[in-house]
Design a protein around this ligand. Structure first.
Ligand SMILES: *Cc1c(COP(=O)(O)O)cnc(C)c1O
Length: 524
């Protein structure tokens, strides 16, 4: 058996090894888990309760006349099923999760503890306002700090994700244009080619047409090309800063001025705020609206589809159109402005866009985000940003000996590589990313941003220690060397050690099989 540089046993013939079949399908303690429908039986039940008798039908005569068809399992089978499933999810609590642009940082346990306090955990959104003054105060306090950190006068707290915050901001821009009587004239929105897909999608959703702005040779917005696209039909611009190449847009003030001069608004995608929180205030950069991903920058848990929280800060020009409900503090009492009419009275006639969500937003995430802010303090938030940038630059500096950075110079919170270092090896970005799974790492973001060929975007965040970063870098350096040494096969076969090997992701997305059917099983 050979050892790698970390002193861990490796085998070059790993593929053959992992293909050795076992009777159960298990791979040592990696246990094969069937669907509950396959291991359970509809004719069995895991509980021993008497058939209910009596009881009035309260569904107006509607009643089920066929079996519900749920599989019965014993309690230990049920426990094992769900615990095993939970272990099939990779999580930030299991290892580094270097997914660029996603800021997969540690979720401090303190936040979790505070969010579970009964006074927060047991809240009901329809509780009388007099009974939830503390919760309303918490929303107000978090809003205060978000405004303080961004240097913006207003914030809409209810958006439930980054993309939802974009919708909020772009709807506010649409409302402001309508109020100016220019809604039908100003229909064009500009977005860099490197933009996150949600940016153009949001603009289109709001009825705008989207035009790309090219990047210059340093990976930033080409200011000259941008200015050429400005005219009196511009509604606004959507720019991410730091951008999705992990670079600070140096011309951001000039961009804001040019767009404002043309009569448009500046939407900033603030998903990457972790790199600059406590260092730069977006309000000082001429921004009109920006969402903040609490689930990225402020460490509320995410992955697996949620929950997100995307409060959106608004400039004076857009604040009057903010969604309801929102919290106001008057005469020592917190209350909610809940209707457009009430908002109109508050804002001397401007028209709120109305509700974006049923209630106030993601309360559990608000509690966690405020706990994060208060436990870090202003200096701690700033240090987190600095450490996130330092960690990314450490990764960049170490990996550039074998991999090819997409752009010269330092990066912000994420390091972007292209696939030039794989040229001629037969190994592609996807193979390289899949091989990381065998090394025990969630792959980095790949093939995004689109402005770079075969992009690999690595965001370590401030959570990783130097020891973790070194292990991660050594693993990637070893993969890069193996690819260059001509070891194509293991890359093409990767992931070798994952129970399901390489999946056809395109087919899975195009033809998702979301329903279990006994006949489908039988046909196989
Ligand atoms: C994550 C992200 C978004 C979208 O945020 P969601 O909360 O996933 O909707 C938008 N833009 C950028 C740059 C992002 O990284």
């Amino acid at each position: 058996m050979s050892m790698n540089t970390q002193g861990r046993p490796t085998r070059a013939d790993g593929a053959a090894l992992s293909d050795t079949p076992t009777f159960t399908g298990n791979k040592a303690l990696q246990i094969e888990e069937a669907l509950s429908f396959e291991i359970g039986d509809v004719a069995r039940t895991g509980v021993d309760l008497a058939e209910p008798t009596g009881g009035a039908h309260r569904l107006g005569g509607l009643h089920r006349d066929s079996d519900i068809g749920l599989p019965g399992l014993t309690e230990p089978e049920t426990m094992r099923h769900f615990v095993r499933l939970s272990q099939k999810n990779f999580a930030i609590d299991m290892g580094p999760f270097p997914l660029g642009s996603c800021t997969m940082k540690h979720n401090p346990r303190l936040n979790e503890k505070v969010a579970r306090l009964p006074g927060f955990g047991d809240l009901h959104p329809l509780a009388p306002q007099s009974a939830v003054q503390g919760a309303l105060e918490l929303i107000d306090r978090l809003a205060f700090w978000l405004k303080e950190l961004t240097g913006m006068p207003a914030v809409a707290m209810s958006p439930k994700a980054g993309a939802h915050g974009e919708l909020c901001g772009m709807m506010a821009i649409k409302s402001a244009l309508d109020a100016r009587g220019e809604g039908s004239k100003r229909t064009r929105v500009l977005a860099p080619e490197s933009a996150h897909g949600t940016n153009p999608a949001t603009a289109v959703q709001c009825g705008f047409t989207v035009e790309p702005i090219p990047a210059d040779s340093t990976g930033r917005v080409d200011l000259g090309a941008l200015k050429e696209k400005l005219s009196d039909d511009i509604a606004g611009i959507m720019v991410t800063n730091p951008n999705t190449c992990g670079l600070f847009e140096r011309d951001i003030r000039a961009i804001a001025d040019a767009v404002h001069e043309a009569g448009g608004y500046f939407y900033c995608d603030g998903a990457n705020f972790n790199a600059i929180a406590g260092k730069v205030r977006p309000g000082d950069l001429g921004i009109d609206a920006m969402h903040i991903n609490l689930h990225k920058t402020f460490s509320t848990p995410h992955g697996g589809g949620g929950p997100g929280s995307g409060p959106t800060v608004l400039s004076d020009a857009l604040a009057p159109f903010a969604p309801v409900p929102y919290v106001v503090h008057e005469n020592g009492v917190f209350h909610l402005v809940e209707t457009r009419r009430a908002a109109k009275a508050e804002t001397s006639g401007a028209d709120s866009m109305g509700r974006l969500t049923a209630f106030h937003g993601q309360m559990g995430m608000f509690v966690r985000a405020l706990a994060y802010m208060m436990s870090h303090g202003v200096d701690g938030v700033r240090q987190a940003a600095e450490d996130a940038v330092l960690n990314a630059n450490y990764v960049l500096a170490r990996l550039k000996t074998e991999m090819t950075p997409a752009f010269d110079g330092f990066c912000m919170h994420e390091a972007l590589f292209d696939d030039r270092f794989l040229e001629g090896t037969g190994v592609e970005t996807i193979d390289f990313a899949k091989a990381m799974i065998d090394e025990g790492y969630h792959p980095m973001t790949m093939y995004f941003p689109l402005v770079v060929h075969g992009a690999m975007l690595i965001e370590p965040t401030e959570s990783e220690s130097k020891r973790e970063l070194d292990l991660f870098c050594n693993a990637l350096l070893s993969l890069a060397k193996r690819a260059k040494a001509g070891e194509v096969e293991p890359f093409k076969a990767a992931p070798i050690y994952a129970p399901r090997r390489r999946l056809d992701e395109t087919a899975a997305a195009r033809n998702p099989v979301l329903k279990w059917r006994p006949e489908a099983q039988a046909a196989e």
